[in-house]
Design a protein around this ligand. Sequence first.
Ligand code: SF4
Length: 333
Amino acid sequence: MEDSYILKIANLNVDYVTRGSVVHAVSDVSLSIPAGKLTAIVGESGCGKSTLTTALLHYGMGQRRGAILYQDKDILKLKGEELRKFRWSEISMVFQASQSALNPVMRVGEQFIETYREHDRKVSKKAIVEKASQLLEYVRLDPKRVLQSYPHELSGGMKQRVMIALSLLLDPKVVILDEPTTALDVITQDAIFDILLKINREFNTTMILVTHDFGIVAKVADYVAVMYAGQVVEYNDVRRVFKRPQHPYTKGLIESTPSLLSNNEEISEIDGTPPDLRNKPQGCVFHPRCPIARPICSREIPAARIEGDGMVACHAYGHPLYAQESNIEKVGG
Ligand code: SF4
């Protein structure tokens, strides 16, 4: 792969210890994120994608092992003031349901000033308002109106665009977007993704998009990591994944996304449900649901194999079912 990497995740594990049990939310994930590109992390609810991305900011609960290298610093070793300065100025995040992340009793303008001043108290209020105005214009909002407004005076789509502008305030090199268009209508979703792609291309900002929707991945991503039961089972250039998915779970996800199929009659579902993360199956975690499972699958964890510029973890790598190109094309982009 020609792209240079901005983040390298190595053997990351995140466990949540609850009364009497341990939830293995992220298990032995190794993944490199290319600089300046949009990488999607996709999988069903509870697959560990949000746990993985919050670990990139060293946020949240859970016991973490492994390393997350950003410009040769291990994020998991940052503490105190160094960690506080790192967040938002190097990597920022637009959280799931971020519309409610705005403080309801503060005008939007005050929230921009407060966010900036948490990192740099010397910058004048006038300079912060100028920068906030530029960013709000960039996300197609009227700064004069929005900076004076309270969150309840804005629509859901406007609040989400405010959050995107806020995430860019400190010029981060990486922005994580956790399901950024959940609960918005399709037209507003498209407008928001147009803005995000513009930011990605024009500012060269690396973006990591967390989503359960392969249709969105098809529209906007450059690379995709597919997660199942806390593990990355396939990673590659998004066109390659759509053209020739190598993991049975990836293939199942794509085939269950109606808008991606040339023939809607071919829509199918993946049988079964994801496993309990406190008690994962032995061997390949997908084997109870896999249509081509073989005896070795319930005994041995499949090793990650190189697939083009990416990887796939499956004992049946190269199976004839996956050797042919699919008729599913990446849409958009
Ligand atoms: Fe299916 Fe076996 Fe591959 Fe797992 S390792 S996805 S069970 S074929």
